[in-house]
Design a protein around this ligand. Structure first.
Ligand SMILES: C[S@@+](CC[C@H](N)C(=O)[O-])C[C@H]1O[C@@H](n2cnc3c(N)ncnc32)[C@H](O)[C@@H]1O
Length: 273
């Protein structure tokens, strides 16, 4: 008897599954102290949860008077921080309505003006084309995109000529490692070059690092070269790229190792043409 291997899901099926999985995760995140701290934080004028690296880089690009979009903004905590740092306007796009509702609640806590738009990222309505000076992408976005070329094309589409795409992401080498602290030095258990999407049924409660019985979601491995070449092929000029040893997501246990892996990076592209 020969067994037929399971068929890989289509890109559309991956996106639909991921949307359901993120909506399901929202209630879990809402229950955590981190969310309560954000509600308290944004009630204070000028509150920002951005770290020094992101704050300094954004200040260098300049936020005053800028129209800013955040792609895959989740609960909007970064978009709202960017508004508090001086952006003229912020618009957060995400397909998970349940997280956008939290973004609206955080904005209301501080009377912060922000737009949150529910949409699959590559279906952002044409009304937004050419509207933004800056598009921001932060930790944990690229892996959810089965089609990185489409994602970069979307970022380019919504930017004004000369507008910038700012990326502050987890380093793709982390795809090789479990994000749980198992004690001892990090051990790779995946290939950097894995091509089929990684399926998880453990949920997305990375705030508490707790599994729950969950709808499936799919993570796609994109190499550093896929990201850089994707940016260039989409029609961006590369303005800045730096890798860092610090964690910006769920890999704090991998910091301060004797043979340090890169854990995060900043990439800035300027829309050409
Ligand atoms: C890890 S979260 C980003 C977290 C954010 N950087 C933060 O620190 O709060 C990824 C977000 O991407 C969104 N997302 C993933 N794929 C998407 C898609 N195709 N279209 C729209 N949103 C998407 C999810 O709903 C989720 O809110």
């Amino acid at each position: 008897m020969s067994l037929t291997p399971p068929k890989a899901p289509t890109k559309d099926a991956i996106v639909a599954a991921n949307r359901d999985s993120w909506n399901e995760a929202a209630a879990h995140h809402r229950d955590h102290d981190q969310y309560k701290a954000l509600l308290k934080g944004f009630a204070e004028p000028g509150f920002s949860m951005l770290d020094d690296v992101m704050t300094e880089r954004l200040k260098t690009i300049g936020l005053e008077g800028k129209t800013v979009a955040q792609l895959c903004c989740n609960n909007g905590r970064e978009a709202l921080s960017i508004k508090n740092l001086g952006a003229a306007s912020v618009t957060g796009f995400d397909f998970a309505e349940e997280f956008l509702a939290q973004g609206r609640e955080l904005a209301a806590a501080g009377g912060i003006e922000a737009d949150f738009v529910q949409t699959e990222i590559n279906a952002i309505p044409a009304d937004y084309d050419g509207r933004f000076d800056l598009a921001v992408v932060t930790i944990g976005v690229f892996g959810w995109q089965p089609d990185l070329a489409a994602f970069f094309a979307t970022a380019r589409r919504i930017l004004k000529p000369g507008g910038r795409l700012f990326v502050y992401e987890g380093h793709p080498i982390l795809n090789m490692y479990d994000d749980r602290d198992t004690g001892g030095p990090p051990q790779a258990d995946e290939s950097y070059f894995r091509s089929d999407p990684y399926r998880s049924d453990n949920g997305l409660d990375y705030w508490a690092q707790q599994d729950y019985e969950a709808k499936p979601n799919y993570w796609t491995f994109h190499k550093m070269s896929d990201v850089i070449m994707g940016l260039l092929r989409a029609g961006f000029a590369l303005e800045d790229f730096e890798e860092f040893p610090h964690n910006i997501g769920s890999h704090a246990h991998m910091e301060n190792q004797p043979h340090q892996l890169p854990l995060s990076y900043v990439l800035v592209g300027r829309k050409e043409g």
